[in-house]
Every structure is written in C-alpha cells, then in structure tokens.
Design a protein around this ligand. Structure first.
Ligand SMILES: Cc1ncc(COP(=O)(O)O)c(C=O)c1O
Length: 460
C-alpha cells in the first residue's frame, strides 16, 4: 500500500529508534494521535488496545487528568531549576523521600536521571567510583547476562546482552561480561530440573568470577524478569543461588527494575517478588507512568560515602544531568506514586494477575505457541515452527513481527522480540478489557497460523 503524505514526511525526516531503516521506507509507521484509558487512536481514527503500555511504561494508561494538571501547575510555578552545586527544590526532595520509604532494601540516597539507560550508565560509573574511593581500583568488571536489557547508551548498551545492540556499534566496552541466561524453556538441558538448571546458572556465574579473578569483579546486574530479551521469568531458585555467589565474592548486586518496578509483578518492586535483596536499584518508566521522562538510581550508604571521600579529594562529585530531578518530572512522579497508593493500583494489579496469567497460559495450547510465560501483569508467547521439538522459525520469516502486524489489524498493539510476543498492558486494565485483549490476540494467532501454514513455515 502506498504511504500517506504524513508517513512520507515521517520517514523523510525522523530517524526512528529501534526500527529497520530499510523496510520502514516501504511499510511506513503507525502514527498515533490520542489516548484514553488503555486505548490509543491513530490519525485515521482507528482505536487499539495498547497491550504494551507503550514500552512497558504507561501503567496508568492515557489521558490522566490529574497527572496533566500536576505538570501544568508545576510548569507555571517553577518550570525548571536544577540540583547542581548546592541548589534544590521541593518536588525532588519529596520524591526522594517517598522512594526511600518505598524501597525494598535500605537506601541512602536517590540520584535522578531522565531515562533507564542513564540510570544504568550511572550505576556503572558509581561502581567504578566507589571502588576507587575504597582503594580497590582493580575491582571494576561488571557481569550482566545474555539477553539482558539495560538500555542503549555506551555503558548500558554494553550491559545489554543482545547482539543487535552491539554489532557494528563496537560494543561491549571492555570490562563488561555476559553470563548465561536463565531461560529454562530454551536453555534447560534434557532431564534437568528447574532447580538443577538454577544451580548450573549460579555455577556459570561463579566460574566466570573465578576465571576473571574475584578481586577484579565489581558488580552483577540483572532485571528481576528480563523484559526486552523476551519476558524471561527465571525459576524460583535462580536468584537465591545467584545472590549466594555474589555475596561470596563481594560482588555488588544491581537490580534493574526499569520495567519491574511499581507494580508490574504485583509488588512495589520486582526484587522481593523474585526473592532477592539487591544493593542498588535502577528505576524509570512507570515511576511517572511515562507522563514525563524520569529515571533514578537508589544507592546504599557505602556508595554514598564514596562520593564524600571523592568530593574531598577531587573537589566535587563530577556526575549529573541537566535534567537530574527536573521539577516537572519530579512533581509528576510524586503524583504518580500518590495515585498508585490512593487507588491501590499495585494491590489491584496483584489481584488482576491470575486472570491475566490464566489467559496467557491458555494461549500456550495454541499450535503456534511453544511457550506462554509471565509473572504478574507481564507476559510473552513464543511462536515456534514445531511445538514438540521447540524448533524456532527461520528468523528471516519474521513470524513474530507478522503476528504483531496482524494483531494491529485486530486493534491490538503488542511487541515482537524476535519470535516472542510481549504483552504488558496498563495496570488499570479491567477484567473485561483483559478478556478483549486476549480475544484479539487469539484471533491474531489464528490468522498468523493460517499464513504460516500457507507459506509452509511449520514443521520439525
Ligand atoms: C530493564 C530495562 N532497563 C533499562 C532500559 C532503558 O531505558 P530507557 O529506554 O529509558 O533508556 C529499559 C528499556 O526498555 C529496560 O527495559
């Protein structure tokens, strides 16, 4: 189909993030115009269920009047001031206090960023900085995981364990290593129990630490549930075993809760839902329900003490963004947290998740679906060429992308991560809307199956 005038203007002017720059010139983009509740509407007036909350972020859905008014009022009152060199403002102070109160582990200070990538980049710098302050400059390596996602800035993209973020970007940088991925369906061995698998994952981490030298390994970073890697939920023994290894070798544990924070797994934070206690935490996305770009790292006392040591030595703590703690972003984040508390959004998300997960698991019976997996209010289905052997489709057939396109025709936005299709609706979704979402997804899968059968893509 020929591109509309707006689509042509779009591809001629905007370099789209995370987009195949060759094919988008032919397919054009889906141009959205408005949103209300869990729905968004495109420029032609077609409505969609936003089944991904945008990019795992719009937890309160669209068109929230209270958040819009909060931004407007703060813009009128004090549109900008910063936190550099002895300045501060009330929204940042209150937000930091609130986050400390909610944190699942003891937190000394909150450092604000504008995104998840900046948060994880700051984590890397803080680890290096802290270990210099502690007089152990050789303890700098950071271990992440294959298929982990931590963002796209230079250090964050290095932490990310996905080939597309490294190839020809000359990444990862040195000193960042990737250990094995706890996806039992794909990487579990024949006859291996989930517990044995978890032990093997922990052993892989320990072997890597010993190979590199424990005195050179500073930190381990992990998402509670891996998001962009395909919504990979580790077995229940995984994190306790991993934490035992981190603690044994004095490896600082960073929990990247950019997706899993603020109710996605049915609790305020993802780490307690997965049974571990990190040393520091990265947050973003649902912190403002994506009404403003705000991220943060929440750091422990010993990391904070390092900034005092270094400030005395260097004369300042030389890190910070213009928009660290932007007052409009901070005010909106505070209001978002107030709404989560007042409306019991997180408790309600926990109560809604059995219905969501039951729908998801039911899709596991579909002939195209190899695995349906999830936790809380996030999940994915992995489409496969052969259910029995778990044989994947040839990536060139782009079956996941095709299913997502067909879902779009059904009025549902979901996201393909290879052949895993992610579902992460706004937490305000009602039970009826959840039924509707899965009806649409189920129809899309049937149509994808018809197409894949016609194209002779199925079979062992
Ligand atoms: C777990 C995780 N960490 C970090 C990021 C990067 O956040 P941003 O895109 O805001 O830089 C993302 C983004 O999806 C994420 O899912």
């Amino acid at each position: 189909m020929a591109l509309t005038n707006l689509q042509v203007r779009d591809v001629e002017t905007v370099l789209h993030p995370y987009t195949n720059q060759a094919t988008v010139r032919e397919t054009g983009t889906l141009i959205l115009e408005s949103g209300k509740g869990i729905h968004v509407t495109d420029v032609d007036g077609k409505s969609y269920i936003e089944g991904m909350s945008g990019l795992w972020c719009a937890s309160l859905g669209y068109g929230n009047q209270e958040l819009a008014e909060t931004a407007y009022e703060q813009m009128k009152k004090l549109s900008f001031t910063h936190l550099f060199g002895g300045k501060s403002h009330d929204p940042a102070i209150e937000l930091a206090e609130k986050l400390k109160e909610k944190a699942p582990v003891p937190i000394s200070k909150v450092f604000f960023t504008s995104s998840g990538s900046e948060a994880n980049d700051s984590q890397v710098k803080m680890i290096w900085y802290m270990n210099n302050a502690l007089g152990r400059p050789q303890k700098k390596k950071i271990i992440s995981r294959i298929k982990g996602y931590h963002g796209v800035t230079v250090a964050s993209a290095s932490l990310t364990g996905l080939p597309a973020n490294h190839i020809d970007f000359d990444l990862p940088i040195s000193g960042i290593l990737h250990t094995s991925c706890p996806h039992y369906y794909r990487f579990g061995k024949d006859g291996e129990t989930e517990e044995e698998f978890s032990s093997r994952m922990a052993q892989d981490l320990e072997d890597m630490i010993l190979r590199e030298g424990p005195d050179t390994v500073a930190a381990f970073i992990a998402e509670p549930v891996m998001g962009a890697g395909g919504v990979l939920v580790p077995p229940k023994d995984y994190f306790p075993k991993i934490m035992a290894v981190c603690n044994k070798y004095d490896v600082f544990m960073i929990s990247d809760e950019v997706i899993c924070g603020f109710g996605r797994l049915g609790e305020w934070f993802g780490s307690p839902a997965l049974g571990y206690k990190p040393h520091s935490i990265s947050i973003a996305k649902a912190l403002t329900s994506a009404y403003m770009p705000v991220g943060a790292i929440m750091i422990p006392e010993d990391m904070y003490q390092a900034t005092i040591v270094e400030s005395k030595k260097v004369g300042t703590f030389g890190h910070g963004f213009t928009y660290s703690g932007h007052p409009v972003g901070a005010a909106v984040a505070l209001k978002t947290l107030e709404i989560y508390e007042r409306e019991k959004i997180i408790e309600k998300a926990a109560a809604k998740s059995p219905q969501f997960q039951a729908h998801l698991k039911a899709l596991g019976d579909h002939p195209l679906v190899g695995e349906a997996r999830g936790l809380g209010m996030v999940g994915a289905i992995e489409v496969v060429a052969d259910k029995k052997t778990k044989k994947a489709f040839d990536p060139k057939s782009a079956v996941g992308a095709r299913a997502v396109k067909i879902a779009e025709e059904e009025g549902l936005i979901v996201r393909a991560m290879g052949d895993s299709i992610g579902i992460c609706p706004p937490l305000i979704i009602t039970p009826e809307e959840t039924d509707d979402l899965f009806d649409r997804l189920s129809r899309a899968l049937d149509k994808t199956l018809d197409w894949a059968t016609k194209e002779k893509l199925l079979g062992a």
